[in-house]
Structures are given as C-alpha cells and as structure tokens.
Design a protein around this ligand. Structure first.
Ligand code: OXD
Ligand code: MN
Length: 587
C-alpha cells in the first residue's frame, strides 16, 4: 500500500514485536470491511442486528472490567517529567517503552495484525494529520473506519514524510492490572495495551486528536481542543460558527445537533453540526480562526439519547452503526438503553450478556457509558462544510460545565485573556464517562484536564499566545451553564433545543447587537435579552439564573487560587493577574 520507509520500518518493527500469524493492510474499501464484519459476527465479537430496522448495524459487548477511559492508567511519557505537568501521570519514555514492549511481545500470536492508515480531518486538508494504527482487534478496525477517514489515499498525501502518528494497540488479556494508555508526544507515538474500550483503543480520538495533537499544536501555532463545532444559519442564509467545550457527558453531542424551538424554525433558523467532540483550529488566510472536525463519526453516549433530547443523534444511529454495551431486544433484534423510551423490553440481554427483563429488573440494562459509533454523514443536520478542507471561521468559543449553583446561565468574558481565564477555571460535576466517583465537583480547564498532552500551565500560555496571533480577529469567549438547580434539585433551565435562545444572544453579542450588564465575572444578559417566547419559564426564574452572587464567587475565587497553585511558576502571569482582577472587582 505504501513505499513510505518510515511506515514500512515501523510496521516491520511492530510485526517483529507482536509476532502475528498474518498481516492485513486496511484500505477502507467496502469489500474488505464487509469481510471483516462477517468474520466478527462468526466469532461472536459482533452481533448482527435487525437488517430491516437497523440496516448495517451491529452490537458489541466489552469485558465488564473495560467500560470507560482509565485516567489513572493514562500516561504522558515526556523526557522531562515536569513537561507532563501536574495534571497528567508521567512515566520515563525508556522505562515505559520497555514495560509496554514486554507486555506487547508475542501478544498477536495466533492472531492477525491489522494496519490502519487514516487521516484525522478531510484527506489532504492543510489542517489534517495522518496516523497509522496497528491492532489485533476487528472491533477497533471497524470503529476506526467510522470515526476516521481510513483509506490508502492517506499514503499519497503522506509521500515519504515521517511526520505521522504511530499507534500500537494490543488487546492482550484485557487485564485491568496491566492496562496502560501511554503517549510519547516527542516521538508522535501512542501505545495502548489490555483494553478494548473505544476511548482507550480508537487511537485517533482522545490519544491522537487531543493528547498528541495538543502538543503538536503548541509547537506549530494551532489548537487541538475538546470542542463541538456548530453553525447557526439565520433566516437570511448567513451561517455563524461557534465551538464549545464541555467536560465529557455534559451534552456536547446534544448541543452540536440541536434543533431550534419551533418559533425559530418557522422563521428560518437552523443549526448545522460540524463536530460533536473535537476541534482543530488554525489562523486562516483572512486572519480569523478556522476549525475542522478531525473525526468522521460520532462516538456518542447512548443512555439519555432519545427523540426529545437529541433526535438528530438518534437518527444518526439508524444505519451502519456499532452499538457497544447497550441492551439487545430479543423480540426484534434491535437495541435499547435507559432513557431511550419508557418501554424497556422484557425479553432482552443486558450489557453484561445476561438475560434481562426491563419491565421487572432493578439493574440497568445498558452500561451508563454505553456508546454508539455512527457515521457523521448519517446526521440529518450534518454541515455542508463537514468535508471542507479549509474549515469554518469561528465567531465564538463557548465554555461550560455542570454546576448546580454559582455559574450563571451565560456570560461573556471581558476580552480574550479574560476568556482564557474563564476556560481555565471551568469546573463540573463528574459523570460516568470515566471510571471513578460520580457527582464530585472537579476543575476541568477547557474540558481538557484528561486530554492535554503536556504541562497545562504551558497550555494556558499557548492560549494566551493564540490571542496575540489572532488579535482583533479572535473569536469572542463565553461561558454557559445549563444545569442550575433549585433547592429541590430540579433544573431551572429547560435545556436541549431551548439552549438555542442562549446561542442567539451569544451570536448577537458577537455582532454587537445584543445588550448586557457588566458584572465582576463578565457581561451577563439582562433577562429581557433572552427570548423566552413559548417557554414555560417565568421571568423571575430566568432572572435568578442570570444572577451573579458575589459571596458565591468570593468562595469560587478561593477555590481557583488553590487550584492555580498546582501550576507553580508555569501559570502564566496573565492568568494570575486575571484572578487578582476578579478578586478586586468582587471587593
Ligand atoms: C468522550 C469523552 O468519549 O469525552 O468523548 O469521554
Ligand atoms: Mn469527549
């Protein structure tokens, strides 16, 4: 498939290490993928679902010990330990290679090595990057073929360059004690062993498109961010693009595919989805910031996805989709998950592979982090610019999190550096996307805490520098919080499609046509500035979720000060002075 020496040499080296019985180069063709699907069904790795109701769809179950990303077993292996920073686990590269190669040695014996060449981003785009992953898992091949652009064509683009990301995945025994997800940013290399769960093994996604790419971007004046990208089309046909960063499982996929409320739709508003998880951004020829989605599909959380919360995501899963760890409905060989509808199947198999009666069982049928891997082109609102090689120009960057109190529904930062501060202090209550406790508040700067491939203090400095590079063409920066609760624990804002009302204010602010009041934390809309026509929310409630409570923010700033101590002298002076500015405005 290629004459590229660096690729051939590395694949040879991996072959000698893992000693497979055979090697298959994946060209991404339908014939080859069909044959692999057939093989996976025959071995039981995949279950073919009802071809009439869910054409081209399959179900996969992981081992019960292998259901989420494993942050405690994820490492950045930089030569200098400090360069991994205080928010990452670190291992010395030589020691890590030795340990991983010892685990990988001979692990493909009796198995096939699949060599996947893929592009993150439209093939040939100046914003795209190339990777090669070797794996012994057909599940990985088939998921990568949905999530990335798998093709032999990437080698034409690569030519004889050795600038590509190496990824070695070995399923081994799925032994949780020997599970490691290691990144070698200085070598453009990722090694993942003893897991078969998506986030740990689809190496193009979190490992490459965020951890390695964030490091590459810092060196080369671009940004790899944990952000959705969407376009808001106005009645006059003009489209404004925004990106948004929320921590895992806080509704990025829902916002990315939002359907505006009826009144807006009637007037000609529409939302186009460019991406739901990752954005790569670079200054374009006109000086603005341009974004591409490096992925080619959605690896979405199934539970909670339904015809009301996200009809576009649900529609995306109706063909050519791989479901992982959801319920299998035996009556019609379809799938089900908690929150899909109120009628769980009685005659079913749960995510662990056991018989399950959803009408009687108190146990969940689908794992809370069960997923669908769906082609982006299935999405009814996929942007016509999805395959654009130049990307889309970004007007606003939105940060957000899941906060029961303190953070208002929306506010705009005072300027770029203040926006970097707003991103750096993001905090959210933890969810089920990673292993560990659920419901604990943790700081998650720019939603990148588990995904930044280098020292986070240097990452903040990179953001500050990008502001200098972009100057007055830089996007405006906002923060949103859909999750304010009342004293009884009820959500105060309806969320979902009605979040469009907040997007409207954000876009109007970018165009200088919406009003705001200045508060110590930034510019907040007056209650009048958010359109609540047709909404079942009273004006007082809206006012209450737009209020900035100084006492709560004094407490918050103490928490920020504590958090900032982690970064020592690598915290940019600009952020220190932003915190001081906030404290003085709070009085
Ligand atoms: C994801 C995550 O899977 O952020 O997108 O965990
Ligand atoms: Mn994510």
């Amino acid at each position: 498939m290629t004459k590229n020496k660096s690729v051939l040499n590395w694949v040879k080296e991996m072959e000698q290490l893992t000693t497979p019985d055979s090697i298959v180069w994946i060209d991404g063709s339908k014939e080859q993928l069909d044959q692999l699907r057939g093989q996976a069904v025959a071995s039981g790795e995949l279950i073919k679902l009802n071809e009439e109701k869910l054409p081209g769809c399959y179900l996969h179950r992981t081992k019960v010990n292998d259901v989420a990303r494993v942050e405690d077993r994820t490492f950045i292996c930089s030569t200098v330990p400090e360069n991994a920073g205080p928010t990452n686990n670190w291992k010395a590269p030589a020691e890590a290679y030795k340990m991983l190669y010892d685990i990988a040695r001979g692990s493909y014996k009796g198995r096939t090595m699949y060599v996947i060449s893929y592009s993150m981003g439209p093939i040939g785009s100046p914003l795209a990057q190339i990777g090669v992953e070797v794996t012994d898992s057909i599940y990985v091949v088939l998921n990568m073929a949905i999530m990335t652009r798998v093709s032999s064509k990437v080698f034409d683009v690569l030519g004889d360059s050795d600038y590509w990301v190496r990824g070695l995945h070995c399923s081994c025994d799925i032994d949780a004690e020997k599970r490691y997800i290691c990144h070698f940013p200085e070598d453009n290399t990722i090694i993942s062993v003893n897991s078969a769960y998506g986030g740990n093994v689809l190496l193009g996604k979190k490992c490459f498109a965020l951890r390695i790419a964030s490091y590459l971007g810092q060196k080369d004046e671009w940004m790899a961010e944990h952000m959705l990208i969407l376009g808001v089309e106005k009645p006059n046909g003009e489209i404004k693009y925004v990106t948004a960063a929320f921590p895992s499982a806080c509704g990025k996929t829902n916002l990315a595919m939002l359907i505006p409320p009826e009144g807006y739709r009637k007037n000609g508003y529409k939302v186009w989805c460019v991406g739901d998880d990752i954005a790569w951004m670079r200054k374009g020829a006109d000086g603005r910031l341009y974004a591409i989605n490096p992925e080619n599909g959605f690896f979405g959380v199934a539970p909670g996805t339904n015809a009301k919360s996200n009809p576009n995501a649900l529609a995306s899963t109706q063909k050519n989709t791989i479901f992982t760890n959801v319920v299998q409905n035996l009556d019609d060989n379809t799938v089900w998950w908690e929150g899909l509808n109120k009628t769980p199947p009685a005659n079913a198999i749960d995510w662990k592979g056991n018989p399950w009666d959803g009408t009687a069982s108190t146990e969940k049928g689908a794992h809370p982090n069960s997923r669908f891997t769906a082609p982006a082109q299935n999405c009814p609102c996929i942007s016509p610019e999805f395959d654009s090689t130049t990307g889309v120009p970004i007007s606003a960057i939105i940060f957000g999190g899941r906060r029961a109190q303190t953070t208002p529904l929306v506010y705009q930062s005072r300027d770029w550096n203040n926006g970097v501060f707003v991103g750096s202090i993001m905090a959210s209550e933890t969810t089920a996307a990673a292993t560990g406790a659920v419901g604990v508040v943790r700081r998650d700067p720019m939603a990148m805490l588990p995904f930044c491939g280098y020292h986070m203090g240097d990452y903040f400095a990179h953001w500050i520098k990008m502001g200098e590079i972009l100057g007055d063409k830089a996007p405006k920066i906002f923060n949103v919080n859909w999750f304010r609760l009342d004293d009884e624990g009820n959500f105060l804002w309806p969320g979902f499609g009605d979040n469009f009302r907040v997007l409207e204010w954000i876009i109007d602010r970018c165009e200088g046509t919406a009003d705001a009041v200045e508060t110590p934390i930034g510019f907040v809309p007056k209650a009048d500035d958010i359109n609540i026509d047709g909404l079942d929310i009273d004006f007082e409630t809206l006012k209450s979720i737009l209020t900035v409570d100084n006492a709560q923010w004094v407490k918050e700033s103490e928490g920020i000060e504590e958090f900032y101590k982690k970064f020592g002298d690598r915290l940019p002076a600009e952020l220190k002075s932003q915190l001081e500015g906030l404290e003085s405005r709070l009085g």
